[in-house]
Design a protein around this ligand. Structure first.
Ligand code: A4P
Ligand code: MG
Length: 172
């Protein structure tokens, strides 16, 4: 039998993302420049086909008045995905889809061709410089809560919806 030689230092195991447990995540989609409805449909297609992501459900599209923002009305929606990506890698994937839609960032809350925000990542609470989950402003916004309630009713109570009932929103 072969003798064991001196132990080598342990190497970190490179976990293949495809072997990670899948997590359910919710993504908010918003746009108010160009053909916003078509951009959101294209973004849902991208979410369905990006590596490490599967689209489970998409809400209807909603026309919404800008909140703390300017320009034309927004089109908003929420998607439920399952992913084997870590939360930071999911954010990177979302930003790649935004960039593919010609997203520019002249200033915060500027009108945009496409914004993809990570609302929830399983039950994770994340507070890093680049990523805060749950999204800190999601509970203040009808353009998030209405589509989220449509696809995940257990996550949005009547009280939450009542709190944003003054915000203009209409299902497209
Ligand atoms: N970041 C931190 N946490 C997150 C997260 N959970 N998801 C960081 C996504 N990004 C997150 O985002 C700025 C930085 O936030 C990123 O670099 C990321 O590391 P951004 O998309 O480049 O800029 P932004 O969109 O101007 O900022 P943000 O925070 O997404 O804006 P908000 O607060 O989400 O507001 N009105 C209507 N009717 N519909 C809208 O969709 N959207 C906004 C954007 C304002 N008003 C709106 C709408
Ligand atoms: Mg954003």
């Amino acid at each position: 039998m072969r003798q064991l030689t001196a132990a080598r230092p342990l190497q970190p195991i490179d976990v293949n993302p495809s072997q990670r447990t899948a997590v359910i995540a919710y993504v908010a989609l918003g746009a108010n420049l160009g053909d916003a409805a078509q951009t959101l449909r294209d973004a849902l297609h991208s979410l369905a086909h990006a590596p490490g992501l599967r689209l489970l459900t998409a809400s209807s599209l909603y026309r919404t008045a800008p909140i703390d923002s300017s320009g034309p009305d927004y089109i908003n929606a929420v998607a439920e995905v399952t992913t084997t990506l870590s939360a930071p890698d999911l954010l990177t994937a979302l930003q790649a889809i935004e960039n593919g839609a010609g997203r520019e960032r002249p200033y915060r809350n500027a009108p945009r061709t496409l914004d993809l925000d990570l609302l929830l990542y399983g039950s994770a609470r994340i507070d890093s410089p680049a990523l805060t989950v749950p999204h800190p402003r999601m509970w203040e916004r009808a353009f998030v809560l209405m589509p989220l309630r449509e696809i995940a009713p257990a996550l949005v109570t009547d009280e939450m919806l009542n709190a944003v009932s003054g915000q203009a929103i209409q299902r497209v």
